[in-house]
Ligand binder design. Structure first.
Ligand code: ADP
Length: 247
């Protein structure tokens, strides 16, 4: 096992839906400790690639390596257990449960009936409270998740994924649908978690945010990586501009 190489490595991955090549020979490396971006026009294969990394995307060719081990044959929960976390484009919180219950819930350590009795306590609740403070939502712990703004819900989801102590977190449009004030907070929280050692792979349509937050940046078009590098290189890449203008 090579623990000095990239934290995640995607080698020549192909995924087709019928005759449609959603991911068409993509290769990329996510450096340890980075906040890496995956951008590209609609339909370029970003979500499909995310699903292949987490193990919910079904059969594909090529290889996926995480922390020096091949993971593409493993079940999604095994990958999660090894330290692979993700958030979703549309949040998947339990809207009628409290914010605190939602943050504790991925641990699966208690049943819904225990939740209904309000018995969230102990070490896990303390950690969940710390994470809620970390994302700036400590005072909302007893609110119903559905009562929060969409951006706040995305921050709750980030706290929820951090609860699992991941080493790599895939963020699917963390700024999507989030009001501008909270976009800055989201970026700050991601940076703070990154300073604590968590590596991120970010899919995001807010290009100014991506170019400010991420390095390196990978650009996908028609299922292939058409450019990669630091934000300043990507910003001026003719192929990238072309791919976006053709959207
Ligand atoms: P992105 O996330 O970059 O917008 P997607 O990965 O969602 O792109 O989609 C890539 C291509 O694969 C698109 O043409 C999309 O319509 C197609 N696609 C995605 N998921 C499926 C599916 N389950 N069945 C058929 N086609 C799909």
């Amino acid at each position: 096992e090579d623990k000095t190489g990239p934290l995640l490595e995607i080698r020549d991955v192909h995924k087709a839906f019928g005759g449609l090549h959603a991911v068409n020979g993509a290769s990329l490396e996510i450096p340890r400790g980075s906040i890496t971006a995956l951008i590209g026009p609609n339909g370029s294969g970003k979500t499909t690639l995310f699903n292949l990394i987490t193990g919910t995307g079904g059969a594909h060719t090529g290889q996926i390596w995480f922390d020096g081990s091949r993971i593409d044959g493993l079940a999604p929960w095994t990958r999660a257990h090894r330290g692979l976390g993700r958030t979703f484009q549309v949040t998947r919180l339990f809207k009628s449960m409290t914010v605190l219950e939602n943050v504790v819930s991925p641990l699966g350590s208690f049943s819904p009936s225990v939740l209904a009795s309000g018995a969230v306590s102990g070490h896990e609740a303390d950690r969940a409270r710390d994470l809620l403070s970390f994302v700036g939502l400590g005072r909302f712990e007893n609110e119903r998740a559905g009562a929060l703004s969409y951006g706040q819900q995305k921050l709750v989801e980030l706290a929820q994924v951090l609860m699992l102590e991941p080493r790599l977190v895939l963020l699917d449009e963390p700024a999507g649908g989030v009001n501008p004030g909270l976009v800055d907070r989201m970026a700050d929280v991601i940076r703070a978690a990154n300073r604590q050692g968590i590596t991120f792979l970010v899919v995001e349509h807010n290009i100014p945010m991506v170019l400010d937050l991420c390095d390196p940046v990978f650009v996908l078009a028609r299922g292939e990586v058409i450019a990669s590098g630091p934000p300043d290189v990507i910003r001026n890449d003719a192929a990238v501009l072309d791919a976006y203008l053709g959207e």
